[in-house]
Design a protein around this ligand. Structure first.
Ligand SMILES: Nc1ncnc2c1ncn2[C@@H]1O[C@H](COP(=O)(O)OP(=O)(O)O)[C@@H](O)[C@H]1O
Ligand SMILES: [Mg+2]
Length: 220
């Protein structure tokens, strides 16, 4: 359901061109749990953002289901992203001046879904944040922030969740809680792609894709 054909990405900088992805071909089936591994600088973040409809590749095609996502107009792509893709960042990326229920509701608003505050609160409760819904991100621990970010990613009932080193700033207990929530989403039929260089996520993986220097080095 996710197909990448001949994807290359070159960042043009004042210091010259940086080739972050080199002719990547990839097919990810619905319901897989993919771990994307590789050393720092190998292209994991670039690849995730390309799949997430957030970063146009320099060449190649990305199809999600029937949709050729970079052939869409920008507004159509934004709507597609909000309705189909959840993204979890290493550094949480919560909106600092909104409390966490408002952060979650913002995701709903971007998708054009008529979402209730009660639904957002209920989801936060399921993630163990029922007592925290009125708190701003700065008032939460790192583990709580990441669970709030997962709530935001889950809120629109996406088909795919992409997570970029989601446990990189968490202690082991919070890391396994976060991976547990991703595994639960996967258990309910969702597709998960996690970039990581740590071992924790491997136990859930249906496949591991290894990147090196912007190319797929191996799949197992
Ligand atoms: N916005 C950018 N501008 C220029 N180069 C970039 C940019 N983002 C990433 N890169 C470069 O692209 C390569 C891949 O980076 P990235 O996708 O962040 O890898 P990873 O997530 O595996 O660490 C690296 O060489 C990095 O320096
Ligand atoms: Mg990265």
């Amino acid at each position: 359901m996710v197909v990448l054909e001949n994807i290359s990405k070159c960042y043009r900088t004042r210091r010259g061109d940086v080739y972050a992805l080199r002719d990547v071909n990839l097919r990810i089936e619905k319901g897989e749990f993919i771990v994307l591994s590789g050393p720092s600088g190998s292209g994991k973040t670039t690849l995730l953002m390309t799949i997430a409809a957030m970063l146009r590749p320099s060449s190649g095609r990305v199809c999600i289901g029937e949709s050729d996502i970079y052939a869409m107009a920008i507004s159509e792509r934004a709507r597609f992203r909000a309705g189909n893709i959840g993204f979890v960042f290493q550094m949480f990326h919560l909106v600092p001046y909104l409390n966490i229920v408002e952060n979650v509701l913002l995701a709903g608003r971007l998708s054009g879904r008529n979402a209730s505050k009660a639904a957002a609160e209920d989801l936060l409760r399921q993630l163990g944040l029922g007592e925290r819904t009125g708190h701003k991100p700065a008032e939460l621990s790192a583990g709580e922030k990441q669970r709030a970010a997962i709530a935001r990613a889950l809120f629109n009932r996406p088909q795919i969740i992409l997570a970029d080193e989601p446990t990189g700033n968490l202690d082991p207990d919070n890391a396994s809680a976060v991976l547990g929530h991703l595994a639960e989403f996967h258990g309910n039929g969702g597709t998960v792609i996690v970039a990581t260089h740590g071992p924790g996520a491997q136990e859930f993986a249906s496949h591991t894709i290894r990147l090196r220097d912007g190319a797929i080095e191996g799949t197992e």
